[in-house]
Design a binder for this molecule. Sequence first.
Ligand SMILES: Cc1cc2nc3c(=O)[nH]c(=O)nc-3n(C[C@H](O)[C@H](O)[C@H](O)COP(=O)(O)OP(=O)(O)OC[C@H]3O[C@@H](n4cnc5c(N)ncnc54)[C@H](O)[C@@H]3O)c2cc1C
Length: 337
Amino acid sequence: MTLATFSRSAKTLHPAALQQLYAALETARKIIVIGGGFIGVEMAEQISLMGKTGQHPFEVTIIEMLPHCLMLACEEEFCVQAEDELRRMDINIMTNSRVEALEGEKTVSAVKLADGTSLPADLVIIGIGAVANIDLAVKMGLDADPRGGIQVNEYMQTSDPDIYAAGDCATKFSLITGKPSGIRLASVACSEGMIAASNIYGTTRKTMGALGAFATKIGNRSIAAAGLTTSAAAKEEIEVIIGEATAPNRHPGGLPGCTMDMKVKLLFRKDTGAIVGGHVSGGESAADMVNIIAIAIQDKLNAEQLATMQYATHPMLTASPLAYHVMLAAENAALQF
Ligand SMILES: Cc1cc2nc3c(=O)[nH]c(=O)nc-3n(C[C@H](O)[C@H](O)[C@H](O)COP(=O)(O)OP(=O)(O)OC[C@H]3O[C@@H](n4cnc5c(N)ncnc54)[C@H](O)[C@@H]3O)c2cc1C
């Protein structure tokens, strides 16, 4: 048996909840999004766009307790770029601000911050993470806790070896540090589902742990990340060598659709040389570029290997072969070892 009973957010976005949201947007003007992670940022962006193209504009505010939006996954400089895009779309951003309470009789009328400020709101969207849905597992007597999820081993077996769990409901560990991980992503869920299904049918597969590969598009900028940020590496006391490259993502740069300042930043462990993080900001190819980096992290490639990699290039699709971002950033790091 395989359990894939997902995670439970403050309000899961199932179709009925979306209909409720659309209905609320018909009358709401002041919208507060609590949490500036990927979900909060994307909700704010889409609602703001709906307001600009629909029947009335919205006043959208993101409240984030960290110094920047997207900071748990992305490099600070790319978080700042994302915030610039959001502000360009007239979205207000309040960082270093912790929400303490929602105020109102029957319906919400304001959001109260820890510093006592009360912000009027017609509609509040909460995007502050999720906890695993372990109800069924608990009823079945499996080891599970609400924070981590249903306890599984590397084969995705629960405490009953004939029952498997995969996806948001299952416990995870970090591919890089081996420590318990709160990463909940569709890509991780699919990988775990493949592993659980294979093991049920007799092909032994093990999870390597959750890597955390993210991609988003905010306004005109795509931002993607895999593995550790510089600050997460520092927190883990992992010393890193950082390689960077900025180049146009077409050649020559004047071609249509070119992002002139596409940037890649790669983090390599100083002790082993293995890549542990990669960050991309620029055009839409950021997502696929970070997938190359994700594979490199899984295979523990080093800067030399990435600096001499072979890759596809085309004037209308990529940087020049001489300026391919991943290769250049790896070479920049290789020179520092
Ligand atoms: C707004 C939003 C945006 C996201 N965007 C991204 C993204 O861009 N990229 C990304 O990688 N991840 C994204 N995620 C995360 C991603 O959606 C989840 O990680 C992924 O869906 C997890 O897959 P899952 O199969 O474990 O759970 P789910 O997709 O939630 O599926 C679990 C299913 O089990 C059903 N279920 C639960 N209990 C029972 C029961 N007792 N009996 C029968 N059925 C049951 C549920 O109804 C549900 O259909 C996003 C999440 C949200 C909320």
